[in-house]
Design a protein around this ligand. Structure first.
Ligand code: FAD
Length: 512
């Protein structure tokens, strides 16, 4: 018989084994690192939250969710998988604002990046006037928080997305584009340095000078090479206000020529009058938004009825209060050379209000229950040589003729030379290319929009318009290879180098 001491000893040994032995998730038979037991959750709420995204189209159930409190936890999680004979997949999830499961990990582990912000690297501003200012921000930080923190010091990042409640790591894994891209390049071009936990579980600092291969791989790298835990973001002094304009066109050619005029003036103009340039389509006479004064709504609606599509050029000019008069004068001269319909709609707002403009729309949609609904989005880059054909074949033919007139459609040009081709992001092979975003929301028939998107892609294919998807998803590896084109080999080599066991971001469906 055992003595009391022996019984106690056995109990301790059992408890010790329970604590230290790798534990198994109940959802799927994967073995997880014991050190992270407290931070890994497998309860239904955690699993459910990690199985869905903004798109509400794809559902993939992970085995577990990690709520990390430091990059050490990420090293442990990925390192354990890397060294295991049965590696599990790992997906960083920022805000989960992807639309096709890109931040999911079926039977793997989703990392809830936002939990790092409770304990993470936060936002630290450094540098000086001479060598330039920067912000060191955690990959989990939301751009709205980066903006607020930097504005506090009179500084600002230079390149944006339209919507700011998404993470730095999430947008840098894609590109990060908006109306500033023509002038400043995408967000990935405005980063000095990164800290990355690679697919081998190693924490590596990289920049153009140091571990440059990893730096270039990760930027636009769709989460394939490592998890960004810190990014050093380029800052500049912030102006306080923005003059925000919309001009209407009935003719696509004049619209796009004027857009290109504004971005080229910009290139050579040290005053950089058009800090922001985008464009959108008005196709629904029953919905004219409140940027336009109510008394003009009937007139705009009747223009839409008459012409089918009204093209809206949207531009913004940053200024400081004391310079208002001289900016007005310069803008007046600039606009004289454009050929919009005789009326300029404008607003004069704070810089913060301008950059955060989509948040108001979010709140309104949330109130109507229209935010958390399926989003069959399609985002494309279109070479300039194909943009007229795109207007005729897609905007006028597919959208108008099939009555997809309630879609939010953005379209605006940018320069290839503002991108860095060493980075993983893929863009068309022409000096100027356009982005077109079809940002649909559909409560009960997303498939119809998805079919329309497929039709758009088929049209481009047949018409020989060499578009590239942005934020895209591809069903087969062949489609991905085609997407990357001449960059595929490098992308694949880098994958073998930094994530040889194919652990990271399986939801992109690139290697898994
Ligand atoms: P998630 O969806 O969580 O993740 C995206 C991908 O990146 C996943 O593969 C994930 O595994 C990976 N990932 C996430 N965090 C990290 C990290 N720290 N390190 C490495 N990989 C990581 N994009 C634009 O460019 N311009 C726009 O104007 C724009 N507007 C948008 C407006 C709305 C309303 C929405 C919903 C999206 C918009 N987007 C825009 C798209 C957006 O930039 C991407 O969907 C981005 O991925 C969202 O960030 P996230 O934090 O939600 O990323």
């Amino acid at each position: 018989t055992m003595s009391n001491f022996q019984i106690l000893q056995t109990c301790f040994a059992l408890i010790f084994m329970m604590i230290t032995s790798p534990f198994t998730s109940t959802m799927a038979a994967i073995t997880l690192p014991p050190d992270l037991q407290d931070k890994i959750h497998t309860d239904p709420d955690a699993i459910k939250a990690a199985s869905t995204d903004y798109g509400h189209i794809v559902t993939q159930t992970p085995a577990a969710v990690l709520y990390p409190s430091s990059s050490e936890d990420l090293k442990t999680l990925i390192g354990f998988s890397f060294n295991s004979s049965a590696p599990y997949t790992v997906a960083a999830k920022g805000r989960g604002h992807s639309v096709r499961g890109q931040a999911m990990a079926m039977n793997g582990v989703v990392v809830d990046m936002l939990s790092l912000s409770k304990n993470g690297s936060g936002i630290v501003i450094g540098g000086d006037k001479g060598s330039g200012f920067y912000a060191d921000v955690g990959g989990e930080q939301l751009w709205i928080d980066v903006l607020n923190a930097t504005l506090h010091k009179g500084l600002t990042p230079v390149s944006w997305t339209d919507y700011l409640y998404i993470t730095v790591g999430g947008t840098l894994s894609n590109a990060g584009i908006s109306g500033q891209t023509h002038l400043k390049g995408p967000q990935i071009n405005n980063v000095y340095e990164l800290d990355v936990v690679t697919g081998k579980g190693e924490l590596v600092t990289c920049s153009k000078q140091q571990n440059s291969e990893l730096f270039y791989a990760v930027l636009g790298g769709l989460g394939q090479f490592g998890i960004i835990t810190r990014a050093r973001i380029v800052l500049e002094p912030a102006k306080t206000r923005v003059k925000w304009f919309r001009m209407l066109y009935t003719d696509f050619n004049s619209f796009s020529e004027d857009q290109e005029k504004l971005i080229s003036i910009n290139e050579s103009d040290p005053g950089k009058l058009s800090n922001f340039l985008e464009g959108q389509l008005l196709m629904d006479p029953n919905f004219v938004d409140d940027f336009y004064p109510p008394e003009d709504h009937p007139k705009i609606a009747s223009l839409i009825k008459q012409f089918g599509i009204i093209y809206v050029l949207e531009t913004g000019s940053y200024y400081n209060v004391g310079t208002k008069h001289s900016v007005d004068k310069k803008l007046h001269t600039l606009f004289k050379n454009l050929s919009f319909l005789p009326n300029i709609y404008s607003k004069d707002v704070t810089y913060l209000e301008f950059l955060n403009r989509v948040h108001g729309e979010e709140l309104a949609l949330r109130q109507k229950g229209l935010w958390d609904v399926p989003h069959p989005w399609l985002n494309l880059f279109i070479p300039k040589s194909g943009i007229k054909g795109f207007n005729n074949g897609v905007f006028r033919n597919i959208l108008l003729k099939q009555n997809f007139t309630t879609s939010i459609v953005l379209v605006y040009p940018m320069y290839r030379n503002k991108w860095d081709d060493n980075m993983s992001a893929v863009i068309p092979n022409e000096e100027i290319f356009y982005t077109a975003g079809f940002l649909d929301a559909s409560v009960n028939n997303w498939e119809a929009f998805d079919n329309k998107n497929k039709e758009i892609l088929e049209f481009c294919d047949k018409a020989g318009i060499k578009v590239k998807q942005y934020l895209g998803h591809h069903d087969t590896k062949e489609e991905w290879i085609n997407h990357f084109g001449s960059k595929w080999k490098t992308f694949q080599d880098r994958k073998n180098q930094f994530d040889p066991k194919m652990i990271l971001s399986p939801g992109q469906r690139l290697f898994n």
